[in-house]
Each structure stands twice: as C-alpha cells, then as structure tokens.
Design a protein around this ligand. Structure first.
Ligand code: ZN
Ligand code: ZN
Length: 282
C-alpha cells in the first residue's frame, strides 16, 4: 500500500504528523491530490484547542482540514462527471443525500447520522491525498488558483447559503454584522446578487477600512453603541430588508434583527440569517 503524510489534531494545541495509506476511490468517489487546504476559524477553536465532542464539529480523530482543493488523480466505479486532471473545490460536508435538506442542496443542514464533514468525521485535506464524493466536488474555473478554491469551499459557501436562504436580490438593503472572511464573502456575494446599499459593522477599524477599500460595502459602521442609530440614519429609519450575522458575537446578534426592516410592524416580514460562521455549516 502506498503511504502518505497527513496531520491529525488531537487537541491541546498539538499537531500530530502521521503516515497513513493512500485510499482508493470506491463507488461514486474520486481521489484528489491535495493542492491547498486552508485552516478555518472553527478548526482553531474547536479542533486544535479542544474537542467539543458534540455537534457538527465532533472530531473523530481523522486527518484534519475541511477546506480542501485539489486535482483529480483517480476515479472510482460509478463516477460519471469527473476525470483525472480536473481541478476541484471540495464542499466540506457530505450529507445523507436523501433528507429534505440534502435534496434542497443544503448538505450543511443534514442531521442524519450519515452526514460527515471532511476534517471532522471523515479524513480531510491536510494530507497528500483526499478521498471525496464526486457529488461534493465543484469544478474550479481556470482563473481561480487552488488557494482561492480552498478559501471558497467553506467561507464563501457558508455565506452563500445564508444569502440564498434570505432570497436576497436587488430589491434589498443588506446589513452584515462582522467583517471577517465570512462577512467579507457575504458582502462580495451580496454585491453580485445585486443587493444594495450594503451596510456592514465590525469592531476592528482595519476590517471596516478593507471592506470599503475593496468596494464591497457602501457603509462601514463601527460596531459601537451608536451603530443602531447610524444604521437607522442610513436607511431613513427603516432598517435593512435582509441582515446576516457573520460575527458569532452575542452583541451583534441583537443588532442584526434590531435593524432588520419590518413592514407595517409585521414581525413576520423580518428576514435574518444568523451567524453562518457558527452555524452547523462551519
Ligand atoms: Zn470552515
Ligand atoms: Zn441529509
């Protein structure tokens, strides 16, 4: 059996280098040569430092890394779309494939015991090769590098799901609380979906500045006690039609619904997506 190098994260801020066998693709699976495998905030918080043992991040001692991007080197029987040489991003979660969430395309929301995320419950990208389901691989367009692909796989995918669930469109003003990688991705995708103006808050001045300089937001608002008043002012007192919390901070989670627009005072009109960076997705 051919052997490869990999990394496990046993907790307590420890990295364990291991040698394991190179897997062979089974039915509907592909073997990828890893080209990039980025590190997510959830890896550092829940996998590297401590093992929560529960929930979506319940780590099963596998090869770490849930943001993989690589090149197909072998395909298993039944694989119908990919072939050796294809460059792919791997969506980090393989769902059961048959529940309501999976069938709607939201593998993230799958709660079946069969659901498994790379790097948490099945081997991830911090190794020379990765075994993936063909169905969870997305072809990487040529202008994007493997590093771009790795960063897109979880951070952008998470933000995109939140915006899809909000049914965001050009009709909507968008509020984003938190401008880390997921918040910046939400702003970029929100722009592409036509929303505007886009208002974003963060506690870090450099993040606000970066979002403005990149042209991703129309208004960068410091997340202080005056934030709600500023957002009201920017929206003629109406708030935003859609809001998404990308900070995971308790304070931001009260700002988000508090500044989401209501029509005729009907609370059912409120559309918010809560903290994709801390949802079961990531
Ligand atoms: Zn992630
Ligand atoms: Zn499912």
């Amino acid at each position: 059996m051919t052997v490869m190098n990999g990394v496990r994260l046993p907790g307590d801020s420890t990295v364990q280098h291991v040698k394991v066998g190179v897997p062979e693709p089974g039915h509907g699976q592909v073997l990828l040569r890893m080209k990039a495998s980025s590190i997510c905030g959830s890896d550092i918080r829940a996998i590297y430092r401590e093992h929560l043992g529960t929930g979506p991040e319940a780590y099963q001692g596998v090869i770490a890394g849930h943001e993989p991007c690589g090149q197909v080197v072998a395909v298993g029987p039944g694989a119908r779309r990919l072939q050796p040489g294809d460059r792919v991003v791997v969506h980090h979660i393989a769902g059961c494939g048959v529940c309501e969430e999976c069938r709607a395309g939201y593998l993230i929301g799958c709660t079946s015991p069969l659901r498994a995320a790379h790097g948490w419950q099945r081997d991830g990208g911090h190794a020379e090769y990765l075994l993936a389901e063909e169905a969870t691989c997305i072809l990487l367009p040529e202008p994007l590098s493997y590093v771009d692909g790795a960063l897109v796989s979880c951070g952008f995918g998470t933000a995109y799901e939140g915006l899809l669930r909000l049914a965001l469109s050009g009709r909507d003003r968008l509020l984003i609380t938190g401008l880390g990688p997921v918040g910046l991705a939400a702003a970029m995708l929100g722009r592409a979906l036509g929303a505007g103006p886009i208002i974003a808050t963060d506690v870090a001045p450099e993040r606000l500045r970066m979002a403005e300089e990149l042209g991703l937001v129309d208004h960068a608002v410091p997340a202080d006690e005056r934030a709600t008043a500023t957002i009201r002012e920017l929206t003629d007192g109406r708030g935003c039609a859609a809001s998404i919390d990308c900070s995971g901070s308790g304070a931001a989670r009260t700002v988000t619904p508090g500044n989401t627009r209501t029509w005729s005072g009907a609370p059912s009109s409120v559309r918010t997506a809560r903290s994709p960076s801390r949802s079961p997705s990531c």
